[in-house]
Design a binder for this molecule. Structure first.
Ligand code: ADP
Ligand code: DP6
Length: 340
């Protein structure tokens, strides 16, 4: 067994939350304050290769062609430890990953990253974990990655108390209706305040945070009904309101913080304009300045036309719903995106 290598390469797609996860009730186990719900995106993904090999001296982690420093490597090593402890296969691992999504820019690179890594490890070590069980591992890399283990619309259940197994994700609809997202890349640089730090600061200092769990519970039940009806106007309206409630809770932190840039507000204004003109377009934002427009995929070209004076073609990424993770035969080349 010592000389055996265990390897696999997986692709996982990012997801954007329609009902946001913002805050943990247990930071060690990554248990969330609320359930959340998202759409997996076809256009943005991470490819990750793992190779467990006794000949390696220690774990290595290459991201987008760059060997990562001790701090970044330790983060992924700790995650791999969950699987080493579970399987008893205690071998060092070489990880190589390519993000087809700007890293740490509020475009959910950590969601596709940990879903791809968990899926590759599951296959390499032949663990045979179901996506639901795998999501309880993925959660401990990054909460949002639980939902990227599924295609279409996925829900991450908050679970009960300190019971790790009860906080898992599952698909709730395959999103095979006319829905898509247009991502407006306002800024693809690394954000100043990570989601992890931002959510904790909000819990600790925002007087509005106490309202958040009950608002999410209300929005979630409305959202599930809207999805059942496949009603994009209801889905968009609920998602937009949920996102802005999250951001207003963030704004009320002390010291105050926010993820908006001038161009984010401009994109929002344009969505309001197109909606007034009869298009079904709704906005959402995460822990970064980029705006995502929820809309019927069939209206994407009309929606893009409203944005073309303010954003270049490369800043507008169209996406249909994506699938859950799958094996690929080789790693892809890193993306070159250059926005100002
Ligand atoms: P984002 O909005 O992009 O998800 P986060 O701050 O939540 O931003 O997460 C970004 C972090 O996720 C990175 O700093 C890195 O530690 C981790 N990460 C990103 N891509 C990968 C990857 N492909 N493999 C492993 N970890 C990754
Ligand atoms: C605003 O999943 O990145 O995108 O669990 O600390 O890694 P950690 O946080 P992360 O937070 C995502 C926050 C969000 C909303 C969402 O995706 O639900």
């Amino acid at each position: 067994m010592e000389n055996k290598t265990y390897e696999a390469i997986y692709r996982a797609h990012t997801n954007i939350a329609l009902i946001k996860y913002w805050g943990k009730r247990n930071q060690e186990l990554y248990l969330p304050m609320t359930s959340s719900l998202s759409l997996t995106l076809e256009s943005l993904y991470t490819d990750t290769a793992v190779k467990f090999d006794a000949h390696l001296e220690h774990d290595t982690f290459i991201l987008d062609g760059q060997l990562q420093d001790a701090k970044e490597t330790e983060k992924v090593s700790k995650f791999v430890d969950l699987f080493r402890n579970f399987s008893g296969i205690n071998l060092p691992v070489a990880i190589e990953s390519v993000n087809h999504v700007p890293t740490a820019a509020g475009l959910a690179s950590s969601a596709s990253a940990f879903a791809a890594l968990a899926s590759a490890i599951n296959a390499a070590l032949d663990l045979g974990l179901s996506p639901e069980i795998l999501s309880t591992f993925a959660r401990q890399g990054s909460g949002s990655s639980t939902r990227s283990l599924f295609g279409g619309l996925a829900m991450w259940h908050k679970g009960e108390g300190d019971d790790s197994a009860s906080s898992y994700a599952e698909q709730i609809d395959d999103a095979s209706f006319d829905i898509g997202m247009l991502i407006v890349v306002v800024n693809n640089q690394k954000k100043k305040i990570s989601s992890r730090v931002g959510m904790q600061h909000t819990i600790e200092t925002s007087p509005f945070y106490k309202l958040w769990p009950e608002e999410v519970a209300k929005d979630l039940s409305l959202m599930l009904a809207a999805i059942e009806e496949k009603n994009i106007n209801k889905i968009g309206t609920i998602a937009e309101h949920n996102a802005m409630k999250m951001h207003s809770t963030v704004l009320a932190s002390n010291p105050s913080m926010n993820y908006f840039e001038a161009k984010s507000l401009r994109a929002i204004e344009l969505v309001q304009q197109m909606r007034a003109d009869g298009l079904s377009a709704y906005y959402t934002m995460d822990a970064g300045p980029n705006v995502k427009i929820i809309c019927p995929y069939s209206q994407m070209d009309q929606i893009k036309a409203y944005l073309k004076d303010d954003f270049s073609d490369e800043q507008l990424i169209m996406s249909r719903p994506g699938t859950g993770p799958y094996a690929i035969s080789k790693l892809s080349e890193p993306l070159e995106i250059a926005y100002e």
